[in-house]
Design a protein around this ligand. Structure first.
Ligand SMILES: [Zn+2]
Length: 391
């Protein structure tokens, strides 16, 4: 296993200080101390080390947003500027794998996307995915001006993030474990972080999105699969087996249909895009119908197409209510490809959620966010930043 760069102060206090600057910079030293619950000398020790190694710099004066306090004045009276992360310190590549394509981005240390690329993957075998990732890595590596220190890869399925192993990915048809980290590290020569794709998207929201303001949220993704990333009380929830949040496999769907996971009655059997399409094809007698055509039919009022989307919406609403009843996030963000046609089942999701959520949790804020596949890839790249914060 290859090693990611270490922070100059890899102590809990040093990591907290860097994280405050990463998420809230430009930020004054006194504010860091308050947010992180640290003494001023502890903050000074960490920031001096971070500045010496160019992880952190003082913000230019015009970037300053926080008020300067007396404790931010240096010994000669010059106000000390708030601190920002040096985004140019290094970069990371992130990859999102879908059934027939890879989406990749290079981000800087502040998660800003510097370049992006997408390639078709001919075949879903692990070898094809590794070859295509290596190909896109070579292309982006030679085009970036930052030193790249790691690769994050997000894949739908049962992932062992600690070991970097994809145990199983039904969408890709991978039924046997694949040691993706080891294979990609050998091929690309950089440390590789492997995560469930929804988990990676959640990391990006944790570090640079909703998580900068909220200590508790869930992302529910609707599309090829139904997924959920959980961030509760300031922590990502992985569960003991790294599969927490698999709401697509809650047994809430009518019909006892067989799921891609091998079990029956899962949410995905009626709510994934392929299940919706399968149902409309069967009920309309049009076996070659495309998903776009099915959407067009539903929007035009075709009763069978509308019914399939309605059932998907009802079942998703139950799944979202289950998440809220179980772990109680402050807010739910609905994302994924399904957001594009959310109007086809928004009403059913809302009604079904209201019909199953318990008590005061009916006030849970639910919002839509359209994430592109490049945003998912960015999540995989930001996962590498999170791994650096945990060294
Ligand atoms: Zn299932």
């Amino acid at each position: 296993m290859l090693e990611l760069p270490e922070l100059p102060v890899p102590t809990p206090a040093g990591i907290s200080v860097f994280r405050e600057i990463l998420q809230h910079g430009p930020i004054a030293r006194a504010q860091i101390a308050r947010n992180a619950g640290l003494s001023q000398p502890a903050v000074t020790k960490a920031t001096n080390a971070l500045m010496a190694e160019h992880f952190v710099t003082e913000a230019p004066e015009e970037a300053s947003t926080s008020p300067i306090t007396s404790s931010d004045r240096g010994s000669i009276g010059r106000p000390m500027q708030p601190l920002v992360v040096n985004s140019r310190k290094f970069g990371m590549m992130g990859v999102k794998v879908i059934s027939d394509r890879l989406y990749a981005v290079v981000v800087d240390l502040l998660g800003n996307v510097l370049s992006k690329e997408s390639v078709a993957v001919e075949g879903k075998s692990p070898q094809k995915v590794i070859d295509s990732t290596a190909e896109i890595f070579d292309e982006l590596y030679s085009a970036t001006s930052l030193p790249l220190v790691g690769i994050g890869i997000g894949i739908s399925g049962d992932i062992d993030g600690k070991r970097g192993v994809v145990r199983r990915s039904p969408i890709l048809g991978w039924n046997d474990p694949v040691n993706l980290r080891e294979l990609l590290e050998e091929r690309c020569g950089l440390p590789v972080s492997v995560r469930n794709d929804v988990g990676a998207l959640t990391v990006a929201e944790e570090i640079f999105g909703v998580g900068t303001k909220s200590r508790s949220f869930a992302i529910v993704t609707i599309g090829a699969g139904i997924g959920c990333g959980l961030y509760i009380n300031g922590n990502l929830v992985h569960g003991a087996y790294d599969v927490a949040g698999e709401i697509g496999h809650l047994p809430l769907a009518p019909g006892n249909l067989l799921c891609t996971c091998g079990k029956r009655g899962c949410v995905e059997t009626v709510a994934s895009f392929s299940s919706i399409l399968k149902s409309i094809r069967k009920n309309s007698g049009m076996p070659t119908l495309s998903f776009d055509d099915a959407v067009t039919m539903a929007k035009a009022g075709d009763p069978q197409a509308r019914a399939a989307f309605a059932l998907a919406g009802e079942t998703i609403g139950k799944a979202v209510a289950s998440v809220v009843n179980l772990v109680g996030p402050e807010q739910i963000i609905i994302s994924g490809e399904g957001v594009e046609n959310y109007d086809l089942f928004a009403h059913q999701v809302r009604e079904s959620f209201a019909g199953h959520v318990f008590g005061a949790a009916q006030d849970t804020k639910i919002s839509l966010r359209s994430h592109t596949f490049y945003d998912w890839a960015r999540g995989a790249a930001v996962s590498v930043i999170l791994d650096i914060l945990r060294v």
